[in-house]
Structure formats: C-alpha cells, structure tokens
Design a protein around this ligand. Sequence first.
Ligand code: AVJ
Ligand code: FE
Length: 417
Amino acid sequence: MQLCRAGTLALFEDIDRTTFSQQPHPEFSPVGWHLGHIGYAEALWLLEHCAKSQLPPLTKDGKIIPYRHLLAADGLLKGERVNLPTLAEICAYLDTVRKEVFDYLERAPLDEEERLWRFIIQHESQHSEIIYFLLQLQRRSSLNPQFSETQLITDNGQLTETIAIPAGEFEMGNDTIDALDNERPCHRVYLDTYQIDRYPVTCGQYRLFMEAGGYQNRQWWTPAGWEWLQANQFTQPLYWIEDSAWDDRPVCGVSWYEADAFARFVGKRLPTEAEWEKAASWDAAANRRRTYPWGEEKPNAHLCNHDCIKQKQQGNSAIQNPTTPVTAYPAGQSAYGLYDTLGNVWEWTSSWFDGYEGFEYYPYRGYSQVYFDRQHRVLKGGSWATRPWALRCSFRNWYHPGVRQILAGFRCAIGRG
Ligand code: AVJ
Ligand code: FE
C-alpha cells in the first residue's frame, strides 16, 4: 500500500494549480479529483464499511466540506469536478485516511477482509495510471512539441509474423484473492484454431496505413468508425511521433475504431478477448494457465515495460512516449511465443466488456456491472504506466471505442474468430 501511494504522490511533484484542477478532456476528470477519489474509496471501504467509523474530514479553503458527492464515482459529472480543494488539502486528507486505516489494521479481521484491502490497492493502481496519462496529455498540449518532418520509412517486414494457436480448451479468468469481480469466475473456453500476431502493431506498420490514405478511405472503417472519424477529422494516432526511430515501437494512442480499420487494411482482424488471453497465458504443455505470460514470477524490468510512472516526468518526448521496441523483452514471451503482451501498450480486443457466467459484483455494482452495456470494448495487457499490481493476463480494462488517451495499441489476428 505504501509503495503504491509513493508512486501516486510522485506524480504530483511540481504540479501547478491549473493542471491539478482543470478537466483535461471531456471523457476524463481532473487529476486532482482522481487523487481525492483514491482517498475517498479507501475511507469509504476500509473506514466506513469495515471499521464502522466516520469519514475523515476534508477541508477546502480551510473549511471542512461534505465531500461524498464530490469524490464518489457516481456523484458529480466529470465536467463538474473542477472545484477542488488544493493539493495540500487533498494530501492532508489522504494522510488522515491512511493513518486511520493503519490504526484500524492493528485490529482488522484480515481473514475476512483481505479481498477488500487488495481491492483498494488495485483501485489506486488504476487511478494512478489514469493520472499519469492525463498529466502527460496536459503537458503535451502546453509544450506544443516540434516533431521532425515526415521521413519515409518502409517497414522491414520482420514484425508482422503470426503464430498459429491450435484448437482446444484453455482456462480463462482468475479466482485468486487479487482478482477483481470482472475476472471471475475462472472458466474453460474452447477456441478453434486461429492465428495471432507475435508482436503488437508497430509505428512502422501503422505509417503504411496512414500513407496509403487509411484515414481518408471509408472502405476500412465500420459505419460507426467512419462516423466517429468524420466527427473528429483525425489523421494520425494521438501519441504519434514522426520519427523513424519509433518504427519498431508499438503504435500508441489509437481508438478501437482505428485499430479495427488498420486490421481490415492488412486483411486481418482484432482478436477476441479469449483469443488474446489464451495466446498470452495458456501453457498447453503443462495444461494450465499462467498468471503472467512468462510464468509466475512477479513483473520486473527484464520481463516487460511497465510502471514508468516511477520515473520523474519531464517535458521531453522520450518520457512522453516511453514505449520500447516490441522485440525488447524475449524473456517475457508467452508459452506460444507472443511478445509484449503485458506492459508497453494496452491492446484493444474485438470483445464487448461483459460479465463471465456466474459473475457476482464486488464490492459494488458500479465497479464493473454498469459497464456491461455493449458500449465498452475490452483492452488487455497493461501499458508502460501500469502499476505492477494491475499487470496480469486475466486483467480486463474497458473503454468506449472512441477513446484515444489511454495508452492503447493493438495486435491483429487471422481466422474465423
Ligand atoms: C478499468 C480503468 C475503466 O477508470 O472507470 C477506477 C477503473 N473503476 N475506479 C475506470 C476504476 C473504479 C476503471 N477502468
Ligand atoms: Fe475509482
């Protein structure tokens, strides 16, 4: 818990008031709201719910405020969350909550409450990744970076290899104590043979799509995707860097619509979530699932590119897009030989976010269940900013298909699907 918090707070070093409290994009709340919300969730679940104590006070302009409505996920609309206490006031609040939480820990019945305590770490980990990319986004728009002029680079063709995954059952999901409600229950899934890319789609490959008029040609887009494109007039991914040095990095900052259009352009398709998870986690020889593609060892710097939020952020492009070449982590391969499934960039799948059979919400309906609405696509794998506690093959992220801020790329599949 303390490690997780240290990483969260490091993001707020040298932040100015505007960056802290402005809404960075209509889809997202201010970073200061996320910080307060982290403390609120901890207080709500561990202090009010478990310890049966009062919510600790939060002050704004020096006065104690009733903050439940401000900091709950189902309170104010995202655009109304700008009227925040200062960073110092929110940090004081987080400290008070944490101190009471640790006092309570002395007498807490952990055998009953372990899942909820672990949920709180998972929850903060996810919000700190969101804070990370929102800060990056705001820094980027204030810097107005000078990107080098277009350089024509052709893909070397080495990174488009696909792997055939034999037909058969595998075990999907996760029943361990850290698993969130939407990962449960573990269940067997049969898949026919399919092929999936060994690597995520690279910037070099994506450039070919851009140069071939991919953004101008309706034929690659679904009707909803084309409508979205016409409304927004994008011509490149959000985090595009026009530099051939990035050609072997995964493309990053694409919506689901762009990922889907690229896949059609190359005659492939997006994998389903099950296809992605099988290829990343199934060890056919041992007939068992792995927590991580490489096995059970916890993520570290030799296995995948993650947790970059530990690095102090600076305004240079290397930090703005700290992706690594898709070939950089051979030790992190899955049993089937996929690279880069965890870390680097999130990967869109063709699946709607839905509950597995036997789903039971935890700790509240609004955590996952309200998003089972066929409006959200599943993303897998985590990004360079994902905290290690949220990195595993069974983890499920979800967003509207038009969202581009979330450090997402994709890989393609072939086969009937
Ligand atoms: C899984 C990232 C989509 O931000 O809504 C945080 C995570 N849920 N608090 C979100 C979450 C409740 C969730 N995502
Ligand atoms: Fe939350």
